[in-house]
Design a protein around this ligand. Structure first.
Ligand code: PLP
Length: 482
């Protein structure tokens, strides 16, 4: 029996822990509904925005599914209009108001890499502008734009005299090597450092150069979805490894994988610090020379309660650790610069791959950044933000405990820019996130960051980007929603 518009979402059942990605599941279920005639020919489907909201998935997930079905001839999609179903996967749609169909489209043949990219729910797309308490951001309003503008200007003036030199600018490599050695305990010479447009670029580069189809890759679970997506796309078998109080665990009885991805300084998303014993244990797995470790130190600059814990890379004497960093948390999200410290034996290969993929950051910006760091401006900014974010973390923790203590249990991270508040009862974090977003508070469901069956339900809340008054207002809104 044909279904009405508003029941389409109700007929779709997506398993977040399923073997297939959300896009693949949605595509296949919509294909079935149209092919069987349950969504009748000529019927307009909900808009991608509406369906994404009804299903609690990102808009990208729905858009990719629509695009795939349009390519297969199950839908006609035209810009700005709701897509229209074509029964039997290809007959022209006649009738009033239906979009005029194009010639039957042939399905584009995707590379295995691209096909896998579209199977994951990453990257998330946000429709609304940045608002409290979206996680993952520092406060761009506090960035010293005037100082940065002077560095940019001086770099631009010098551009006339700049020859088209190495893609990884030597001065920036040097100052970064010094900063990473003194602040993060990273042991590397300047020529091991690559400057990239983002940390994600570093993950893509690593995946492309050391991972082969079918290789085992372990990632933290719950963890950072961008990393799982980058390794999954290369055909790796990505396995989520549960955490305990000390951080990512060693998988009992399993043979060491080709690569382990971890965020030991502040585990993403829980904020936990990996113990020294666990670091040593995981490093020892890599020692026979078959396992690479990727350490993502995305917000290691921000520590509040104790001295910073040095990077795991500094403990590695066998050259098995890739160390990844980004300026998108320490400076601003739109700076679009990250870096990768490469094990000595891999430098030449990675540099060739960097040129091939074209992951090259503008020399102009690299030179400006070198000056910003060399002048002490970067460290001054970090120190100021550390004080500010520390106070904001405490303010959020206090507010949550006071107003939502019966509903949420807060895990106080020793550093970073976000925290996890677990639901004391129930496992409906995605429904809670929907309610909060509708009320104007943006959070991320902890269960949406699980790779396997979600065990933890809670909210990932950003504190660094928000003033105390904004945090207080958001907490009041949250209290009224629960
Ligand atoms: C754990 C982790 N690694 C890497 C990144 C991405 O950094 P970039 O914006 O430089 O790609 C993020 C962004 O949120 C992150 O949370």
């Amino acid at each position: 029996m044909p279904v009405s518009d508003d029941t389409i979402a109700g007929l779709i059942e997506l398993k977040r822990s399923g073997e297939h990605g959300l896009t693949a599941q949605l595509t296949s279920q919509l294909r079935g509904l149209i092919g069987s005639g349950r969504i009748g020919r000529g019927r307009a489907l909900p808009s991608s925005r509406q369906l994404a909201s009804d299903l609690g998935v990102s808009r990208n997930t729905v858009t990719y599914a629509f695009e795939q079905l349009a390519a297969e001839g199950y839908l006609v999609a035209s810009h700005g209009r709701r897509p229209v179903a074509m029964a039997d996967g290809g007959d022209a749609v006649q009738g009033a108001g239906a979009a005029k169909p194009q010639a039957r489209a042939t399905r584009p043949r995707l590379s295995p890499w691209a096909a896998k990219l579209t199977q994951t729910d990453w990257p998330m797309s946000y429709q609304a502008p940045l608002r409290p308490l979206r996680p993952g951001h520092g406060d761009a309003r506090e960035f010293p734009n005037e100082v940065w503008a002077r560095c940019l200007r001086r770099s631009a003036v010098r551009a006339a005299r700049r020859e088209l030199g190495p893609v990884n600018r030597p001065r920036l490599r040097e100052v970064l090597a010094h900063y990473l050695a003194t602040s993060r305990g990273v042991r590397a010479t300047a020529d091991q450092i690559m400057i990239l447009p983002s940390a994600q670029a570093a993950l893509t580069l690593i995946a492309a150069t050391v991972i082969s189809r079918g290789d085992d890759v372990w990632v933290e679970d719950p963890g950072y979805p961008g990393a799982a997506a980058a390794f999954h796309a290369t055909g790796a078998r990505v396995t989520g490894v549960r955490l305990d109080e000390q951080g990512m665990q060693r998988m009992p009885k399993a043979a060491p994988p080709a690569l382990m991805f971890m965020t030991p300084t502040h585990q993403h998303p829980t904020g936990r610090l990996m113990s020294l014993a666990r670091r040593t244990e995981l490093l020892s797995l890599s020692r026979p020379g078959k396992t690479w470790i990727v350490e993502d130190d995305y917000d290691g600059e921000f520590h509040y309660d104790s001295r910073p814990v040095p990077a795991l890379q500094g403990l590695d004497v066998h050259g098995r650790v890739f160390y990844v960093g980004t300026f998108s948390k320490a400076m601003t999200s739109d700076i679009r610069l990250g870096y990768l410290v490469v094990p000595p034996a891999m430098v030449a290969t990675l540099e060739i791959a960097q040129r091939h993929i074209g992951l090259i950051a503008s020399s102009h910006i690299q030179d400006a950044l070198a000056e910003f760091i060399a002048d002490g401006q970067f460290l001054a900014h970090i120190r100021r933000m550390r004080r500010l974010y520390h106070a904001r973390r405490d303010h959020l923790v206090e507010g949550l405990r006071r107003h939502l203590g019966e509903v949420l249990s807060v895990e106080v991270p020793t550093g970073g820019i976000q925290l996890v508040a677990r639901l004391r009862r129930g496992t409906a974090d995605q429904a809670a996130v929907k309610r909060l977003i509708a009320a104007g508070v943006e959070t991320r469901a902890l269960s949406s960051l699980a790779l396997g069956k979600p065990c933890d339900h809670g909210l990932l809340l950003g504190f660094a980007a928000w003033r105390e008054s904004e945090i207080s207002a958001a907490v009041r809104t949250m209290a009224s929603c629960f």
